[in-house]
Each structure stands twice: as structure tokens, then as C-alpha cells.
Design a protein around this ligand. Structure first.
Ligand SMILES: Nc1nc2c(ncn2[C@@H]2O[C@H](COP(=O)(O)OP(=O)(O)OP(=O)(O)O)[C@@H](O)[C@H]2O)c(=O)[nH]1
Ligand SMILES: [Mg+2]
Length: 565
């Protein structure tokens, strides 16, 4: 019986792969794969050593037409050569050359590298000379990586990881990108896809052979267990608080508060330069001032905003609107207050920090009916960072509290609830900045020891669709009522094809409506429908890794690359 199941596995694969190959072939022709491409792969401008890469069927011509001696060097070993113009024989430079015969190269094709002196004239002369070789064309952005993808050297998640590694600006981004480039995410998704294909093959075997009583007992319950396991694993994977995506794109941090509390002063202190104008005039900042900064290894877009207050000044009003919009988009907020104002409230009696803060948020228009928007979704987002405690409250200008008694009063009332500081004297500043860094780490830390984290909205969309498909098997009630009504599985319907789903419109059904609340795997007549959902699930995973993809998606992903990569 095991053999028959294996046959089914093979059959499903045969059914799947032609489509994948077709799509890849279409991409290959689009990619001018026949040509040999070349590009400067090191940075632009003068440098000590410049590296020119060549890849394609005729890459070896570089050695026979442009180097002296004109022989192929030993694979992957550097050789010192004169680099010559192919038509005139003029010496252009002398440098190290490397030969990577297919398939043992980055692209999977014959490739070579010329390591030469990094002068602008040298680079230009060598690139022009390469352009005269028959079948050679300059590479487009991402051409080398695209070829590596098409030759199966990298899956799409690894390609994205490579792109991220090139663009990584902080330590945490570098670690995440390196892990993804090395295939951690792709391997996880591929293992899920294989499990799903295995389940699907088992179901098909069950459908084909169950009548002969010749099938192993427990095949369907084994599928049930595997699907349940995958559902749990995917739910955990998706419930990551968007850490990977945040780490990749950078956290949005909004500094919020009433006018003159020291928001711009804080921004300037964090980034160590006077990016925002600071003045004693309340309402100085009008526009949002954004700066990207590395906070404890995490990329953070720090946004200074206009002081939040009611105003009739048209320009300031616009500033307040922009500040509130930024507050709604932010992952983290730093809410600033003025020490004297807080002290006044404490002295007024019956001071409760939480109540005071909520009232403050309302006064500023962040909460409640003063909010400048009627869109309830926007309101939800603000409440999200509030309710998830993704904010830090800083009470600034503590230097202006001169009396010891008042200080004690402040410290007692606010103990552990917020940070007291003075940007002017730097008292408490280090601790406050540390608090902000810890919050960033809490939102971005992807825990390198655990399973890799998804890093792009594209991944989330497809994994969610995959999870929905699997959930549709275990909990058919959760599947869209429209689908349930329009399609039902006929018990007589036996032959599965991946893209020709064996479902029949409801008009043709004679069986009773499907019993709700039961897994599709528990009912004889719905096994085929379960197999269809497994196919949907596998297809979605294939979209993430690039086993199944479209040229549009590829173009979008490869557009992030530069020439020579
Ligand atoms: N004494 C004292 N003054 C401060 C402190 N921090 C900032 N200031 C001063 O407070 C004034 C306002 O500072 P800003 O940073 O411009 O305040 P803001 O919140 O950006 O103000 P708006 O842009 O008007 O909303 C400036 O004169 C700063 O020098 C502090 O810790 N102590
Ligand atoms: Mg300001």
C-alpha cells in the first residue's frame, strides 16, 4: 500500500511540476537568458579594487579573447592575468581573474570575475571592451540574482533575503537578512509544502483505493493530524506581532505632546544633530520631521511632530492634523509632558496617573471625540499602540522643579510609571533613551534561535491564504458561505488535477447538504473537497518560495536590486 501512496505522490508532483516549469520557462525567455551579461559588481567611483562579473553561456570567452595567457584558469582559483582589448590587443590592466564553470557559480551558469584596479578609466575601458564581445550585453539591475533564481540556486525568500542584506543598515537587520538569504525561511515553507503535498497524495490514494479495502488504515486520520499540526504551526508563525516586517522596514516612532514640552529637543538629542528647530515659542514645529536612526541595532524612523493643541491658526492646524496622522501610523509613541504641569495636577489633589494620562490624551486629540478623524479604523490603530503599551511617557524639564519637596512629590506620585528627565541638564536622559531602545527591541526582536520570522507583507498574505485553506478542511463552517453553497464535492468524482478542481456546481448534486461542524476528513463525501483545499494551501506556499510565480511578482522583487547583483 505504501507503494501505491508513493505512486500518488509522484502523480501529484507530475501534475504540479509542468505548470511550474512552464512558468519558469516563460520567465527564462523574457530574461534574455541566451545572452551573456556583464557588469561592475563593486561600488561606483574610484576604489582600490573593482570587480566586474560576467555570466552566461559565453562567459569563458573573456579568457580566450581578453586575457593573456588566453586559457581558462583552474576553476575557483585566482590567476594573475593581463587584461587586453579583444580587437586591438591593447593592455587595459593587470589583475586577478576567477573562473566559475556551471553549475558551481552564483548564477548556476558559466561565470567569471575580473578583479582589477579601481580607477574610473580602467573600469570604463574594460566594460567597453566586454561590450564588443559577440553575444555580450550589459546587465540590468538584479540580472545576476534573477539568473540564480531561475537556475534554482535561490528560492524567492532567499532572493529577498539577499536584497535585504544589501540594504541592511543595522545589526539586527543584517542578522535577519543573512538568515533568510541562507534559506531558513524558504526551508520552513518548503517543508510545509512537502507535508501538504504528502497529505494530498494520501487523500488521492484513499479516494482511488478505499473501495478495494486495500488501503492502510489510518491514512485519513494521519492527514487530519498533520493538517492540525500545520495549522497550529502557521498560527504561531503569523502571530509574531509583525516583528520581521518591522525589523525589515523600520519602526515608526512618533514623538507626541503639547507644544513646548521638548519634543524637538528630544529628537535632536537622539540623533545628535539639530535636525528640528528648537525655540521657546510654543508651536514652533509644524511639519513632521523624520529621521532614520539606529536605536540599539534596530532601524527606527523617529518623527518629531507639531505640538498638539486646539488652534485657530491655519498652518498650525495643518501641523496638528499631520501630527495626529503620524500618531495613528506609529508603531511606538514617545509621549512627552512638562514636569511643572504634572506637578500642578499632583498638587491639585486626587492624582491618579492613569486617569491623568488618559485625560491628557483626550486633551491632545489622540483619544475620544476631539480626534480629527471620523474614521473608526484610524481610531483603532491609535488604541492599538495604547492598549499594547507600545509607548513611553517622559516628563521633561525636571530641572525647572527647584524645591526638594516638589521633586519628592513628583517622584512619589510618578514612581515607575514614567521617566522623569531634563534634556537640558541630561538628568535621567540615558535611562529614558534606554527605555525607548528596549521598547524597540521588544517590538522587533525576532529571536534568532526560534523559527525564522516572515519579513514581507507578501509572505503574510500567502501564508494566511494557506492557513485559511487548511482551516477550511478542519472547520468547514469557517469557509466562505458562498463557496459552500456553490460547490459541493460529488462522491463519484474521483480524478484530481491540481488546477482542474473536481467540484461540481450545486445544481448537479444529489447528496444531502454537508453536515456542518465536522472536519471534511471525517466525512466520506468531502474527502475530495479536502484535497482541493490542500492544493490551494500548497499553491499559496509555492507563491512565497517562487515554485509558482508570475513575472510581475519577480519584477517587483528584483527591482530592489542594483546593477551587478
Ligand atoms: N529648562 C528646560 N528647557 C528645555 C528642556 N528641554 C527643552 N527645553 C526648552 O524648551 C523649549 C521648547 O523646546 P522644543 O524642543 O522646541 O519643544 P517642542 O515640544 O518641540 O515645541 P513645539 O515644536 O512648539 O511643539 C526650548 O526653548 C528648549 O530649549 C529641558 O529639559 N529643560
Ligand atoms: Mg518642536
Amino acid at each position: 500500500m505504501a507503494a501505491s501512496i508513493m505512486n500518488q505522490v509522484v502523480r501529484v508532483r507530475q501534475l504540479l511540476w509542468p505548470d511550474v516549469r512552464l512558468m519558469r520557462c516563460a520567465c527564462l525567455t523574457n530574461m534574455r537568458m541566451a545572452s551573456t551579461v556583464f557588469a561592475l559588481s563593486s561600488g561606483q567611483g574610484k576604489c582600490g579594487v573593482a570587480i566586474v562579473r560576467v555570466t552566461g553561456k559565453r562567459a569563458g570567452d573573456v579568457f580566450t579573447h581578453m586575457t593573456h595567457p588566453a586559457t581558462l584558469p583552474r576553476p575557483r582559483l585566482a590567476a594573475l592575468r593581463h587584461i587586453l582589448h579583444p580587437s586591438t590587443g591593447e593592455r587595459l590592466d593587470r589583475g586577478l581573474v576567477l573562473w566559475f564553470p556551471a553549475p558551481h557559480s552564483f548564477t548556476g551558469e558559466d561565470s567569471c570575475e575580473l578583479h582589477m584596479h579601481g580607477g574610473i578609466a580602467v573600469i570604463s575601458a574594460v566594460l567597453s571592451a566586454l561590450g564588443t564581445l559577440p553575444g555580450y550585453t550589459p546587465a540590468q539591475p538584479g540580472d545576476f540574482t534573477k539568473r540564480a533564481f531561475h537556475h534554482g540556486k535561490l528560492d524567492l525568500t532567499a532572493v529577498e533575503g539577499l536584497g535585504d542584506l544589501i540594504h541592511a543598515e543595522t545589526e539586527a537587520q543584517r542578522k535577519q537578512a543573512l538568515r533568510q538569504m541562507e534559506g531558513a525561511l524558504g526551508e520552513l515553507y518548503e517543508s510545509w509544502r512537502k507535508t501538504i503535498l504528502h497529505c494530498r497524495a494520501s487523500l488521492e490514494a484513499y479516494i482511488d483505493f478505499s473501495e478495494d479495502d486495500n488501503i492502510e488504515l489510518g491514512v485519513v486520520s494521519d492527514v487530519d493530524i498533520r493538517v492540525q499540526g500545520l495549522v497550529e504551526e502557521m498560527k504561531r508563525h503569523l502571530a509574531d506581532g509583525r516583528r520581521g516586517e518591522r525589523l525589515r522596514s523600520g519602526l515608526q516612532l512618533a514623538i507626541l505632546g503639547q507644544p513646548n514640552v521638548g519634543k524637538s529637543s528630544l529628537l535632536n538629542t537622539i540623533i545628535q544633530r539639530p535636525a528640528a528647530i528648537v525655540s521657546p515659542v510654543p508651536g514652533t514645529t509644524r511639519d513632521v520631521v523624520e529621521t532614520v536612526v539606529d536605536l540599539g541595532g534596530y532601524p527606527v524612523v523617529v518623527c518629531d511632530t507639531a505640538g498638539l493643541r486646539k488652534t485657530t491658526d491655519v498652518v498650525e492646524k495643518e501641523g496638528v492634523r499631520r501630527a495626529l496622522a503620524k500618531a495613528q501610523q506609529a508603531d511606538i509613541a514617545v509621549v512627552m509632558l512638562e514636569a511643572r504641569q504634572v506637578l500642578q495636577a499632583i498638587k491639585a489633589g486626587d492624582f491618579k496617573w492613569d486617569n491623568y494620562l488618559m485625560k491628557h490624551f483626550t486633551q491632545m486629540g489622540i483619544l475620544g471625540d476631539q480626534q480629527n478623524t471620523s474614521d473608526s479604523n484610524d481610531k483603532m490603530i491609535v488604541l492599538e499602540w495604547l492598549s499594547s503599551n507600545s509607548y513611553v511617557t517622559l516628563v521633561n524639564k525636571v530641572d525647572l522643579i527647584c524645591s526638594e519637596e516638589d521633586r519628592r512629590l513628583l517622584q512619589t506620585a510618578l514612581a515607575d510609571k514614567c521617566s522623569l528627565l531634563s534634556i537640558k541638564t541630561e538628568e535621567g536622559l540615558g535611562r529614558a533613551v534606554q527605555q525607548v531602545k528596549e521598547l524597540c527591541a521588544a517590538l522587533c526582536d525576532v529571536g534568532m534561535a526560534e523559527n525564522p520570522t516572515l519579513t514581507a507583507a507578501r509572505h503574510r498574505t500567502h501564508i494566511t491564504a494557506c492557513l485559511n485553506a487548511l482551516t477550511s478542511i478542519l472547520e468547514p463552517d469557517n469557509w466562505s458561505a458562498v463557496h459552500q453553497e456553490n460547490y459541493k464535492c460529488s462522491p463519484q468524482c474521483h480524478h484530481l488535477t491540481p488546477y482542474n478542481i473536481p467540484l461540481q456546481p450545486k445544481e448537479s448534486l444529489t447528496s444531502e447538504p454537508m453536515e456542518r461542524q465536522r472536519s471534511l476528513l471525517e466525512q466520506e463525501g468531502t474527502i475530495l473537497l479536502a484535497a482541493h483545499h490542500l492544493q490551494r494551501a500548497a499553491t499559496n506556499l509555492g507563491h512565497v518560495t517562487g515554485h509558482i510565480t508570475s513575472e510581475d511578482v519577480l519584477n517587483h522583487i528584483f527591482s530592489a536590486f542594483c546593477i551587478g547583483k
